[in-house]
Design a protein around this ligand. Structure first.
Ligand SMILES: Cc1cc2nc3c(=O)[nH]c(=O)nc-3n(C[C@H](O)[C@H](O)[C@H](O)COP(=O)(O)O)c2cc1C
Length: 476
């Protein structure tokens, strides 16, 4: 199913019976709370808010876009499924293909698109035109960007990056931005500032959820647009902004153009984050001065609600992060990895890796590679648990069973110190420059040296189980 933009995507979600329309909610906390309540249900629908308090009908906001396997399959062009394990396999199968095809799908520059229907420049710019929510009570302001793509150019290589970094509205034409250390958009900003120059920026704020999806996960530097093209099987059409020269998706709903000046900061945050805490307090952060706004008639903003997990974005990120880590492990030379799952509630803090143990030290190799050896999982992790291949990492009962019956804390837990984290880590006391954390790697596999003597697991023969279901099913 080819989906061309957010509107077409919403129509398809509606056909699947997975769209809920909500009218007359308030941008001030109500949309956040409704999204939170929606997220308490497994596979909850996408929410489309209209007639938002204080805004004209048609100025809409979408939350919870990627919270079901079927909508993730729709977004990434995968076979329809309702099973997480199957979805993981489907994503894993496609990742290699998408990456092999990157060079065949560079973005295609076009000169028109519905996003040009309305153009406001200079004094006409008013960021309050859009219904940005104040998501949680202690947030430092209204956040227009939680599901966006911040597009920058590397001044050294010319690479174009699209990253999703939170954006707070300071005033009619100023945003605050938070970028974690080491992220590509932040590196571009630093490189311009080191030359004493402002960093040009364009920001897409409502788009086909694949744009949000790919801007929010680590893909090779500068490949986001080609990645989206490879997923779609057709180049992403982009328009070049007149002011910055930066390309933005032609199918976007809302695009902002401006720059991040060197040496200017304003207080940003606090912001209720995906792990359930206001982890970074209010503090000076870089700003973006907006000089131009493009938007469609009746624009739709895409917002992601962050809060106590599992929050909006958690499930899709678990799927993409796990599939990518699986592929990266194979590429890093770790054999016989059967599955990886980075849990929705634990997020980046917890990875479970299932392996078929082949040699002494295999489990440790897998654990250390996930903890430190891969760009994606090396960042802000905490626990890596390695289990045998009879354990399904997406099944927490299985994982806890393995942890409690196959790991020996004395021998099975190692600590990696001074690892890569950032100030969103609630366990780091701020302010500090020591943005390190430690990692526990836990071997919860049967001990390799006496694996053949390890107590046998209790298994019910599947044929017998089936016969018993048939015989006793009515009484169970
Ligand atoms: C909903 C959501 C919000 C995010 N907010 C931020 C943020 O505020 N700052 C940040 O550095 N990363 C944030 N991220 C993670 C980045 O988008 C992600 O690390 C991405 O890969 C960054 O792009 P880059 O790898 O090109 O730097 C967020 C991710 C999601 C899913």
């Amino acid at each position: 199913m080819y989906v061309s933009d957010l509107r077409a995507w919403l129509e398809e979600a509606d056909k699947l019976g997975e769209l809920k329309r909500i009218e007359e909610a308030d941008w001030d906390l109500e949309i956040g709370c409704i999204s939170h309540l929606n997220l308490r249900r497994k596979n909850c629908p996408v929410l489309l808010f209209d007639r938002i308090k204080g805004y004209p009908p048609g100025y809409r906001l979408v939350t919870c876009p990627l919270t079901s396997p079927r909508r993730i399959a729709l977004t990434f062009g995968l076979p329809n499924t309702v099973s997480t394990s199957q979805l993981l396999v489907n994503v894993r199968d496609k990742l290699a293909l998408w990456e092999a095809n990157l060079s065949s799908f560079p973005p295609m520059v076009v000169t028109s698109g519905p996003v040009l229907e309305n153009v406001h420049s200079g004094g006409e710019v008013d960021l309050f035109e859009f219904p940005s929510p104040k998501w949680n009570e202690l947030d430092g302001g209204r956040y227009i960007g939680t599901g966006g793509a911040v597009i920058t150019r590397d001044p050294d290589t010319g690479d174009i990056n699209a990253g999703n970094y939170r954006l707070m509205v300071h005033d009619k034409n100023t945003l605050g931005i938070y970028v974690s250390p080491g992220k590509h958009g932040g590196i571009h900003i630093e490189r311009y500032h080191a030359r004493g120059e402002p960093c040009p920026v364009v920001i897409s704020l409502g788009h086909d959820p694949v744009v949000f999806g790919i801007s929010s996960v680590e893909v090779p530097a500068g490949t986001e647009y080609s990645y989206i093209g490879a997923i779609k099987g057709t180049p992403l059409e982009v328009i070049e902004d007149e002011i910055t020269g930066l390309p933005f998706p032609a199918s976007s709903e809302i695009v902002l153009a401006g720059s991040c000046p060197p040496g200017e900061t304003r207080i940003e945050g606090p912001f209720g984050e995906w792990h359930g805490y206001y982890a970074s307090k209010e503090r000076p952060a870089p700003i973006i001065k907006i000089e131009r706004v493009y938007h469609r008639h009746n624009p739709i903003l895409l917002g992601i609600y962050m809060g106590r997990p599992p929050c909006d974005g958690a499930y899709y990120l678990s799927v993409l992060r796990s599939a990518r880590t699986y592929s990266d492990l194979a590429r890093a030379g770790v054999p016989e990895v059967k599955s990886v799952w980075s849990h929705e509630v634990g997020g980046r803090f917890l990875y479970v890796v299932a392996i078929k143990q082949r040699y002494a030290g295999h489990a440790k190799q897998a654990a250390l590679t996930v903890a430190q050896g891969l760009r994606l999982s090396a960042f802000r992790g905490r626990y890596v648990i390695v289990v045998d291949d009879d354990i399904d990492p997406t099944n927490m009962d299985d994982v806890i069973w393995a942890l409690c019956t196959r790991s020996d804390p004395e021998k099975g837990i190692d600590i990696v110190r001074r690892a890569w984290s950032d100030d969103l880590d609630p366990m780091i006391r701020k302010p500090t420059k020591a943005l390190f954390n430690s990692r526990a790697i836990i071997d919860a596999c049967r001990p390799f040296e006496w694996i053949d003597e390890f107590p046998q697991t209790i298994q019910i023969n599947p044929d017998y189980e089936q016969r018993m279901k048939e015989k006793w099913g009515d009484s169970l």
